[in-house]
Ligand binder design. Sequence first.
Ligand SMILES: *[C@@H]1O[C@H](CO)[C@@H](O)[C@H](O)[C@H]1NC(C)=O
Ligand SMILES: *[C@@H]1O[C@H](CO)[C@@H](O)[C@H](O)[C@H]1NC(C)=O
Ligand SMILES: *[C@@H]1O[C@H](CO)[C@@H](O)[C@H](O)[C@H]1NC(C)=O
Ligand SMILES: *[C@@H]1O[C@H](CO)[C@@H](O)[C@H](O)[C@H]1NC(C)=O
Ligand SMILES: *[C@@H]1O[C@H](CO)[C@@H](O)[C@H](O)[C@H]1NC(C)=O
Ligand SMILES: *[C@@H]1O[C@H](CO)[C@@H](O)[C@H](O)[C@H]1NC(C)=O
Length: 590
Amino acid sequence: MMRLACCTALLFVLRLLVGLPWYQVLPAILIFYLGSGGWNFLDIFAKTVGRDLHAASVLLRVKLNVRRHLREKNTIPKIFAETVHRHGDKTALIFEGTGERWTFRQLDEYSNRVANLLLERGFKEGDVVALFMENRSQYVGIWLGMAKIGVEAALINFNLRLDALVHCVTISNAKAVIFGSELTDDRLFYIYTSGTTGMPKAAIVVHSRYYRMAALVYYGFRMTSDDVLYDCLPLYHSAGNIVGVGQCLIHGMTVVIRKKFSASRFWDDCVKYNCTIVQYIGEICRYLLNQPVRDTERQHRVRMALGNGLRQSIWEEFMNRFNISQIAEFYGATECNCSLGNFDNKMGACGFNSQILPFIYPIRLVRVDEETMELIRGPDGVCIPCKPGEPGQLVGRIIQNDPLRRFDGYVSQTATDKKIAHSVFKKGDSAYLSGDVLIMDKYGHMYFKDRTGDTFRWKGENVSTTEVEGTLSRLLDMKDVVVYGVEVPGAEGKAGMAAIADPSHSTNLEKFVKDMEKALPPYARPVFLRFLPEVNKTGTFKFQKTELRRDSFDPSAVSGRLYFLDSSKGRYVQLDEELYRSILSGKCKL
Ligand SMILES: *[C@@H]1O[C@H](CO)[C@@H](O)[C@H](O)[C@H]1NC(C)=O
Ligand SMILES: *[C@@H]1O[C@H](CO)[C@@H](O)[C@H](O)[C@H]1NC(C)=O
Ligand SMILES: *[C@@H]1O[C@H](CO)[C@@H](O)[C@H](O)[C@H]1NC(C)=O
Ligand SMILES: *[C@@H]1O[C@H](CO)[C@@H](O)[C@H](O)[C@H]1NC(C)=O
Ligand SMILES: *[C@@H]1O[C@H](CO)[C@@H](O)[C@H](O)[C@H]1NC(C)=O
Ligand SMILES: *[C@@H]1O[C@H](CO)[C@@H](O)[C@H](O)[C@H]1NC(C)=O
């Protein structure tokens, strides 16, 4: 923009000073403009103006709607009442499993019964009730019922046990699973952010944020109320509950909810219920690709896959194999104030930031020490924005007095503080730190820096755990395989280790080694194998690597069978205490 303005100004100056006629000035300016990098700008302008105007109109529309809802004091239950009015007898929710269907009216009536019951029992506005249950039909109805009378639901991961569960109930200020508290106005419910390590942090979700998240996705990806959305994500997370179920409550979409993700039933369900949109997280895509080919995987009407974490390495394969024309990848933690969306179906991108209208959405990438995630600042103490191609941490500006631009934060103040930095865009401002390193291309598309997954170095080569996992899983009849690097004293880098779920002890190790030698280069072959009845996953289907890494290849710490790849013999041998000691002492070479 600046460049164009400068050139225009120059044109006027030349015309005035030199008195050149227009027909000579114009081509001169054009050549000067294009030569000075203006060509690049025109290229960017032409390729992104449609996308950016769409995004601007979506932002404006959602903003006006949020403003109206705030002015009219509309809560999600009030917005839902409008939806019931419009779509009363249409199917709101289908529960795969029991096959139940609820119309919008039935869902409304069920939630009214819940609200009345809670009122009778003495619950009132501001009380917090921990919701810790698996039945998905009731789940939606109960928290909607709670919201109707201002009771907040703390949505607890029903997979949590003991310590983590106690912690969650405690940080929601609960002394029991049902309890009261003096929390302020419009908080709707707490969602415990997943996090594969450590304790979950509770993020406060307000009604307007719920609306905003669901609406940005709806308008940004051009959905309609005639779409049918398949949601098999956990309902205690924002992806399943807001991005998924929110489309039903707010926009009148039919949502099919499935109790548990099933890779083998996925496409059959989509065909059965005429789904047009499926929700995913990266792990789901990987499991689907690992399934044997079946007819239904191309007989469905799914036009869009909506979610996050689809890896660049399988993006194209996923679209082609399942004939899905649009990948609606988005980015944005529950508590994050810098959401992104891949509105223009750009392969591999998790979103974009406009290059021609950067002021409409105040996010940017800033330089960061990738090891420590410490922000790098210029001499004036302000963060340094990244150029295209330069990795940086994604940050979002905080404007507290605008209700649209509030950072609601976590329940706990210390957790909030760690997520905020000052003097990021300019001196004295505040910004939300996403904690993620991204790279932007010149059109503003944002990519995760390392979408090939974790890597570790072995024999001077980088090993991508995701790629090795995919290969091993295929060689092992689609068993769940987790690959990670383990340290071996005296050896440079990390040796590959694979944990394999093999409850029936059906792995033929001799055949496996032969197949593996054909499929993987020597440095990528796992040095250690660990067989388990199953590999633990988190609620969002991520493998839990922390414990596996901790156990390493110590036979006294590890439950299950352990093997070591004896390179001199070219086969896996049982790893016992004696062999373990000789590996540690360096007597046995890797
Ligand atoms: C789940 O809740 C619904 C609605 O109350 C009920 O009809 C259904 O039987 C329940 N399912 C299970 C498995 O408890
Ligand atoms: C799916 O669509 C077909 C054809 O339009 C229709 O006959 C069928 O009833 C639909 N199925 C469901 C579950 O809505
Ligand atoms: C792929 O999907 C499109 C609709 O999105 C459909 O028109 C086309 O026939 C499908 N192609 C195949 C080969 O199934
Ligand atoms: C919060 O989100 C809004 C939505 O677009 C954004 O414009 C704003 O800069 C963000 N900053 C915060 C944390 O207030
Ligand atoms: C491995 O990764 C490191 C760090 O990302 C990089 O510097 C190096 O060039 C890579 N090596 C190979 C062989 O690809
Ligand atoms: C898997 O989870 C179970 C139950 O939480 C735990 O007892 C077990 O140690 C875990 N297994 C591994 C290999 O981490």
